[in-house]
Design a protein around this ligand. Sequence first.
Ligand code: TEU
Length: 543
Amino acid sequence: MLDKTKRGWWQSAVFYQIYPKSFQDSDGDGIGDLPGILSRLDYLEKLGVDGIWLSPVYASPQADNGYDISDYRAIWEPFGTMEDMDRLIAEAKKRGISIIMDLVLNHTSDQHRWFREALKGRDNPWHDYYIWRDGVPGTPPNDMRANFGGSAWEWVEELGQYYFHQFAVQQPDLNWANPRLRRELYDMIRFWVSRGVEGFRLDVIDSVGKEPDRQITSRGPRLHEYIRELSREAFKEESLVTVGEAWSADVEEAKQYSDPTGRELSMVFQFEHNFADCPPGGKKWDLAPLSLPKLKSCLARWQTGLFRQGWNSLFWDNHDLPRIVSRWGDEGEYRVRSAKLLAIALYGLQGTPYIFQGEELGMTNIRLPIEAYEDIETRNLYAERVAAGERPEDVLAVIHARSRDNARTPMQWSEEKNAGFTAGIPWFPVNPNYPEINARAALADPDSVFYTYQKLIALRKRFPVFRDGAFTLLDPENEQVFAYLRETGAERLLTVCNFSAAVAAWEMPEGFAGAELLISNCGAPGPGLRPYEAYMLRQELRP
Ligand code: TEU
């Protein structure tokens, strides 16, 4: 077990993200819940993770699956009770697993008491908790668009004002310029710390300094001032781990966020590598084949940029992204091998890894008819694009590749009905491949993806080179192979991965003959590389 009393413990840790709605149902209502998570702690302990990032479990009308919070100090009823939450925190802690809660501080639900009060009048004490502009119907203050489609401004007839929402209409943005609001948020965070929560993931934290009049959403002028205040006032314990979600962060900014002095956050989630399969300048919905050189140069820039000046997070998957094995691996013949390759490729890097539920099983994307999608972003995108004249089948193809719902199908526990997720009717379809891909089968097979993750987690704890080693990218232009070195004065680590379904030529860098094979997905390394072959070699250096 890691000693979690000191700042920096999270540099040796691996976290596991749970999307509670889809993890494990315990009462047959078809919705995952806290007692369900409790019943799977042994599984997570076996995997070897040090913490759980729990996507929101607060009271919510679920317009955006809990990222629309109506009460920060209550649990959504179908998930369970506050007693269930306390029990989960305590039982996880016994197994060396910290609970990291998701904090949505940029917006609330329109059903939150603050917003309902705010609607009562301009003089209401809560009115200024949100962002309002006077106007007339039909002419919003400017043409800003919401992330989930439509205008970012919503008209409220009774007030003669518009409110600002960066996401859905049901997610009004909070006004961080109001100090009373900020104080209230810090108090709420202290409430959770006092219950034993050991860290937080901060939803779209790069947006809290927004200035809608100047059309600035992320990276506003007061952003870092706010984050420092938040850190000072709410994250008092040095041992708390904090990870900010920041789609807008580049390397320079990430240094500020994750400055080793700890005045802001432990680390950020940045998404630059996530665009390695988009056309230049493209967005999430613009499809292109993966460019391995682009992916490698991006990862390398972050590895060297933050070395000793900040801290990286490492992830391929989360609840907003498609499944990585479907995306950059192979869903067919090489599913298992390529899922292991993806793990090996990422876990040799410097930073803190996050596993998204089911990634350790090599779970894949799902392809559904449009009516079956639940995600508000996916549904709105479809409606907007089809209305704009795109062919429905083209929009659906993009959704199949990139929809967030790919990640949100129920966890596949066994070959039993509904993959063992629920005894009732699942809130969202189970991927039909569950008889083959499930945790029970993975646990019974010593060659499964699960045990590759388990081994990588253990290796990261055993050898300091994983945490401390300096990074060097090898052969940057190679379109098939991702290979890199990590070095400290005492150890060298070589990671080699063939990201293609074809054989690849590869010459071992000098000095690695006789090195220790730490892990591989196809046995001992030969002269070239087999399809999706990946391995790590380690060498001790003589003083
Ligand atoms: O996501 C932030 C965000 O910017 C997403 O909208 C992202 O652009 C999109 O999912 C990509 O498809 C966070 C949460 O992770 C997400 O689940 C929430 O919907 C969103 O904030 C609003 O709270």
